[in-house]
Design a protein around this ligand. Structure first.
Ligand SMILES: Cc1cc2nc3c(=O)[nH]c(=O)nc-3n(C[C@H](O)[C@H](O)[C@H](O)COP(=O)(O)OP(=O)(O)OC[C@H]3O[C@@H](n4cnc5c(N)ncnc54)[C@H](O)[C@@H]3O)c2cc1C
Ligand SMILES: NC(=O)c1ccc[n+]([C@@H]2O[C@H](COP(=O)([O-])OP(=O)(O)OC[C@H]3O[C@@H](n4cnc5c(N)ncnc54)[C@H](O)[C@@H]3O)[C@@H](O)[C@H]2O)c1
Length: 500
């Protein structure tokens, strides 16, 4: 490393997303006198606002993209450095930023987030969605598009295919049903009619983390004002802005070049075999073209033998932890999914280095009812807990794994329905040792309960069921529900009173 240390901070947090900002807030609250630096590649930071604990594990909050001065005013001992970390030297407890500055730290927390796991890199016709910039790029490209292909079957794909209008969407999923990361086939069957119907005039009520930019544009809608220059300075795809979150699509117009509503064609149980331009198409053996008319800028051949021309492809195929800037020359233990391994004190394998959010992988022995998913809620919880652990270590205070990791819980919205997921909501890891109870009212609600050994271990609630708190308690209390059998979901029994 060329330059000498400009300054040594007691604590440095890398990453201005939910995990990093929550970690800063927790640390600065625990030790107000501590010298803390937040180094982030994004021009804005993400702050949690209107936080409310809905129940033991369910939480609601808004997230605002704000100027970092807001945080510095709140915490006088905080220094926000807008730059990307280029290299980390854990042995000398120092790091270098892309603008050539070197800082020392006593304790470090890496909250570098994730980046889209793209089908193919550097293909101008394949878009990933991660931050405000990429959401704006999508909006711009979509406004001229007649047909796009969406590949992937998780959160982003579910939200995108529901929101896009005025453009044909070919949705290619490798599963037998939609939404495999959140739903089983039964829930998918409940949701499918919403894809074929027009969007309702008003949104279903669903209080959950809302994503807003700094201030709503006149008229209440939100526009994304990405400061391209700041973000583009020396940053590469690994140092993009913070990840989007709930309602990311409400801030942008997902309108194709044509009039009319949503048009989605689903291609099940297939993956991408090849992506090629019109020139490459002409030089390749005759393809079984899908319902083609005219030449397209890009073609995508699926493993079911079909080839579709389109304006561009959205790769909604998951995230990879953004560890790359921190690994060289250090000995971080990585998990199978590429995340920095962290223990039950959010510590990595490198001394004095913690990690939280999408960049890390929880490698402590999980509660039987909790699993990691790269979500805002977990990024906030991890950032908060990492801050507590760093402070506890410095203050020599004992600390144990926080209760929020006892039960997986997630509130979101898909296809204009409120969705609550609890515990082993898809029977994760239970093999055949579980049974399901399902109650479904078409177009209204879908309730699925996962039972193992007579106890509730997971649930999927779609619609305004108001069952989340009762089911959360039943899971946490490990109550034997065998005596109730199918009566458990009898709509004529007010289950809240029954178990309150
Ligand atoms: C399109 C989309 C929609 C989503 N919707 C939801 C949802 O509805 N609900 C939900 O719960 N979750 C949702 N998520 C997931 C959620 O956004 C993430 O799990 C969460 O934001 C991760 O927070 P984080 O702080 O770990 O990472 P990020 O928010 O990605 O923040 C990482 C930060 O690190 C900075 N950084 C990266 N590299 C460097 C470097 N080398 N030096 C300095 N700084 C660096 C970045 O600039 C950024 O500020 C969505 C994600 C996407 C992409
Ligand atoms: N409402 C919400 O809770 C919400 C909404 C959007 C995003 N998110 C989160 O943001 C992150 C990014 O979302 P995402 O949708 O990209 O990830 P995801 O993990 O939700 O979904 C990835 C999907 O892509 C599929 N896939 C992976 N590789 C593939 C390939 N080569 N070909 C075809 N399919 C492939 C997976 O099977 C999965 O269905 C995730 O952590 C997700 O949980 C959450």
């Amino acid at each position: 490393m060329a330059n000498r240390k400009e300054k040594t901070f007691r604590f440095i947090i890398v990453g201005g997303g939910i995990a990093g900002v929550t970690c800063v807030e927790q640390l600065s609250s625990q030790i107000p006198s501590a010298d803390v630096a937040l180094i982030t590649a994004s021009p804005h930071i993400k702050t949690v606002t209107k936080y409310r604990q809905v129940s033991k594990t369910l939480e609601e909050f808004d997230v605002e993209e704000q100027a970092s001065s807001v945080l510095e005013e709140k915490f006088p001992n905080l220094t926000v450095i807008h730059s990307a970390v280029k290299s980390l030297h854990t042995r000398s407890h120092s790091l270098e930023t892309t603008d050539g500055r070197v800082f020392g730290y006593e304790k470090l927390c890496i909250c570098g987030g994730g980046r889209p796991k793209l089908l193919t890199q550097e293909n101008p016709y394949v878009l990933g969605i991660r931050d405000t910039d990429s959401a704006q790029e999508l909006q711009k490209r979509l406004s001229k598009a007649k047909r796009i292909v969406v590949v992937g079957n998780g959160g982003i794909a579910l939200e995108l295919v529901y929101e896009v209008e005025g453009c044909e969407v070919i949705w290619a999923v490798k599963d037998k049903a939609i939404g495999n990361t959140f739903f089983d086939a039964g829930a998918a069957q409940f949701l499918i009619p919403s894809l074929e119907a027009d969007k309702p005039e008003k949104d279903a009520p669903c209080k959950r983390p809302r994503y807003t930019t700094e201030e709503p544009a006149p008229g209440g809608s939100h526009t994304f004002t990405a400061d391209r220059n700041a973000r583009r300075q020396g940053s590469s795809s690994t140092e993009a802005g913070s990840a989007l979150g709930p309602d990311w699509h409400e801030g942008i117009v997902l309108q194709g070049s044509e009039q009319g509503t949503r048009r989605v064609s689903l291609e099940y149980q297939c993956e991408v075999e090849k992506i090629f331009t019109s020139e490459e198409l002409l030089n390749s053996p005759p393809q079984t073209l899908g319902h083609e008319n005219g030449s397209w800028p890009v073609y995508i051949k699926l493993t079911n033998g079909k080839t579709f021309g389109c304006d561009f492809v959205v790769s909604a195929t998951g995230v990879v932890p953004n560890t790359e800037p921190f690994l060289h020359g250090n000995n971080f233990a990585l998990a199978d999914d590429g995340g920095l391994q962290v223990d039950d004190h959010m510590m990595t394998s490198e001394p004095d280095v913690y990690a939280a959010g999408d960049v890390c992988t929880a490698c402590w022995e999980h509660s039987p009812m909790w699993q990691q998913m790269r979500l805002w809620t977990q990024a906030r919880q991890m950032g908060w807990y990492a801050g507590r652990c760093m402070a506890a270590q410095v203050l020599s205070e004992p600390i144990e794994l926080d209760f929020c990791f006892e039960l997986f819980s997630h509130i979101t919205k898909f296809f204009n329905y409120k969705v609550v997921l609890l515990g082993k909501f898809n029977g994760q890891g239970l093999g055949s040792d579980h049974e399901l109870l399902v109650r479904c009212t078409k177009g209204l609600e879908y309730v699925k309960v996962v039972l193992s050994g007579g106890r509730m271990v997971g649930a999927v609630l779609i619609g305004e069921t108001d069952l989340e708190e009762t089911f959360e308690n039943l899971i946490l209390n490990e109550m034997d529900l065998t005596p109730y059998g199918e009566e458990l979901l009898n709509p004529n029994i007010d289950i809240e009173d029954y178990f309150d």
